[in-house]
Design a binder for this molecule. Structure first.
Ligand SMILES: [Zn+2]
Length: 320
């Protein structure tokens, strides 16, 4: 159930649309970097504004340090790691062009490019009519829930709208707009097709594949889903935790060898990963701190993996 590059690209576009502001290229996973290339080609992203005063530390990824000029060129002073030469590439950041998204959605929904776009509130737009019903685009579903009165029953009523938002980062009630509007999740209902977006037919296979990918399937192996991409744990307030490909492999390897502690070398080889230690693929970059999407896997790792310090061996803390 690997996502195709185009699916990864629309997922990344959706994530960047939720954020609204620029994301540092250096904070993206390897798969996201490839997806970003697709978005660059589609002209969906624009360069973010780069700070010339400070930069995130290339070593710890935790602190920003001031940029200063030395004999060796531009340097960054991390409060923890000390000075190092600034890599200009680490300064690159990108933001999703909201107007690109609106333009492409209108294309996919056969909305005339001459129809007007109205911003209803910050982060929520009326982008035209599809099958005679209003189309509302919002950065997040909770914005729609919070401002429902204004959006659907304001000066211009928009009953039975199509509402398009990215898939929520945390679990939302299944049908928050029942009776008021039809909710379409951007990543599930639209596909990147060359330089355009295409509306997927919900009755075709494409959609059901996506749904399986997106829905947290039930715990099968201890707390893990059948394919190890989800972790179900009590105590995490944001619902099931979605893992990256590398994290999935580490947990699958730890699960397979759960009967005895293993060296990090053994686990990482079993996971077919180049990193040195299991924890390496669970680190959260500074830019993603406090984001449950990234913090969730790290929290799960801390709950589930025991490191026997003296021997440097790892095992899964799960009794079953
Ligand atoms: Zn540092």
């Amino acid at each position: 159930m690997e996502l195709t590059l185009n699916q990864q690209a629309i997922s990344l576009a959706a994530l960047m649309f939720v954020r609204g502001n620029a994301s540092f290229e250096s904070s993206l996973h390897d798969e996201e970097i490839s997806a970003l290339e697709v978005l660059k080609q589609a002209k969906a992203v624009v360069p973010g504004v780069v700070s010339s005063r400070d930069a995130v530390c290339a070593f710890c990824g935790l602190y920003r340090g001031p940029i200063f000029r030395s004999n060796e060129g531009l340097m960054v002073q991390c409060p923890d790691c000390g000075p190092f030469a600034l890599d200009p590439a680490s300064q690159r950041s990108w933001r999703l062009d909201d107007e690109w998204l609106i333009r492409k959605l209108r294309g996919a929904l056969d909305i005339s490019p001459h129809a007007t776009v109205n911003q209803i509130i910050d982060g929520v737009w009326d982008i035209g009519r599809h099958k005679k019903r209003p189309v509302v685009l919002a950065r997040r579903i909770d914005l729609v829930e919070r401002h429902g009165l204004r959006i659907f029953h304001g000066p211009e009523p928009r009953s039975q709208s199509w509402v398009i938002t990215p898939r929520p980062l945390v679990r939302a009630p299944l049908e928050p707009l029942t009776g008021t509007a039809t909710w379409w999740q951007l990543e599930d209902r639209f596909a990147l097709h060359g330089l355009a977006l295409r509306l997927l037919d919900p009755d075709q296979g494409e959609k059901s594949d996506n749904v399986q990918d997106g829905l947290p399937s039930v715990a099968v192996h201890g707390p893990f889903s059948e394919d190890f991409t989800w972790v179900h744990l009590e105590g995490w307030p944001h619902g099931p935790i979605r893992l990256t490909e590398a994290q999935t492999r580490v947990f699958a390897a730890l699960w397979e060898h759960r009967d005895r502690a293993q060296s990090s070398k053994f686990i990482m080889r079993a996971a077919r990963l180049d990193s040195e230690k299991p924890m390496d693929v669970f680190k959260v970059k500074a830019a993603n701190r406090d984001d449950p999407t990234y913090e969730g896997p790290r929290w799960a790792y801390n709950q589930l993996v025991v490191r026997q310090r003296r021997l440097g061996q790892y095992r899964l803390a799960w009794s079953s």
